[in-house]
Write a protein that binds this ligand. Structure first.
Ligand code: ASP
Length: 343
């Protein structure tokens, strides 16, 4: 039996891809999604059926928040059985955060969710939007023995498909705006669309999709710098309702060995607040205990974020806190890869 065309749901949240210039101010702002489709008649040439759904008020992704992550997850949940794949149009600024969050929220995902956007609006002569959108739809439509070839949340930008929760936005200007420094590309688009099958996430197909919508935002990120003061650190750690802190340390997870610093962290942990150690470097991993400057962190019970990105660390933290996981179990689970977000 010949399988009918694949069904793809295109979800528009906003971002440059669908923006126009405001005549009065000269700044870019989101516009109506219907106009976006008019700009790409090529979509009709694709061998799949595309349905669309849009945020009522599309946003610049700098206004993204967990409430909107839940909205995207709910759109996918409601339409999960009707579609073979999902493409989410999203601003590039916080796309890595949203892709990471969705990877944790969509547990046992067995279909592709491809995030994409562009650096130039779709109406711009030199736009990168068309290629990004068309190839994302092709990626989401790819089938293997009648089943989706890709079964995870990914991000497609400028000829490369990445695991979403491994990406960072590293350039505000280049068409190649994203990178995945700690995990290989899932696919490359050239004359052929070449999928690296060995790197794809393999979910447990016997389990049903479970959508986790409970996210706890009571977290903070502290980026260390030489000279950071005790009062700055204390003021963050004394935030009311704080449940966990991501500490962006140097290199392989190193920090100052000064007593006041280690003592503050120790007291914080004794109050039941989790501290995660991740590196400020874009690539590489935390290895607590490798240097003397990280041994104390290991000893006082700081959690290792290993080679996780800040974006995925934030998303994983909000997701796990929302699951009410307690004490030591929290450390064990956080240090384990849940959706391929760490090695
Ligand atoms: N400020 C825009 C956004 O993130 C940038 C983009 O779309 O690339 O929504």
């Amino acid at each position: 039996m010949i399988k009918s065309k694949t069904n793809i749901l295109l979800i528009y949240t906003g971002g440059t891809i669908g923006m126009v210039k405001d005549f009065k101010t000269g700044s870019l702002k989101a516009f109506n999604f219907k106009n976006l489709l008019d700009k790409i008649p090529e979509l009709q040439l694709l061998d799949c059926k595309i349905d669309t759904v849009s945020f009522k008020n599309p946003i610049d992704s700098s206004n993204m928040k967990p409430e909107y992550w839940v909205q995207i997850a709910e759109i996918i949940e409601t339409n999960y059985n009707k579609f073979d794949g999902f493409v989410v149009l999203h601003g590039s600024d916080t796309m890595s955060y949203t892709a990471s969050a969705l990877s944790f929220m969509l547990e046992n995902l067995a279909k592709p969710v491809v995030f994409t956007g562009s650096q130039l609006p779709i109406g711009d002569l030199r736009t990168d939007a068309k290629e990004n959108l068309i190839t994302s739809i092709q990626v989401a439509s790819m089938q293997n023995k009648g089943k989706p070839a890709i079964k995870e949340v990914c991000l497609y930008f400028e000829y490369k498909l990445y695991r979403g929760n491994r990406t960072i936005k590293l350039n505000a200007e280049h068409f190649q705006a994203f990178a995945s420094l700690n995990y290989p590309d899932l696919a490359k688009s050239g004359v052929h669309l070449k999928i690296n099958y060995e790197y794809l996430f393999k979910p447990n197909l016997r389990k049903k999709l479970k959508v986790n919508k409970n996210l706890d935002e009571n977290i903070a990120v502290i980026k260390l710098f030489p000279g950071i003061s005790k009062s700055v650190i204390e003021s963050v750690l004394n935030t009311s309702n704080l449940k966990a802190v991501i500490l962006e340390t140097y290199g392989a997870g190193n920090c100052t060995t000064e007593k006041w610093f280690i003592n503050i962290l120790k007291n914080t942990i004794s109050k039941g607040i989790h501290i995660i150690n991740i590196t400020q470097c874009s690539g590489g991993s935390v290895m607590m205990g490798h240097y003397e400057t990280s041994s104390a962190l290991k000893k006082i019970g700081v959690i290792s974020g290993k080679d996780i990105t800040t974006e995925a660390a934030v998303a994983k933290l909000m997701y796990m806190l929302g699951q009410n996981i307690s004490g030591n179990t929290f450390k064990t689970i956080y240090e384990a890869p849940l959706r391929g977000e760490m090695t």
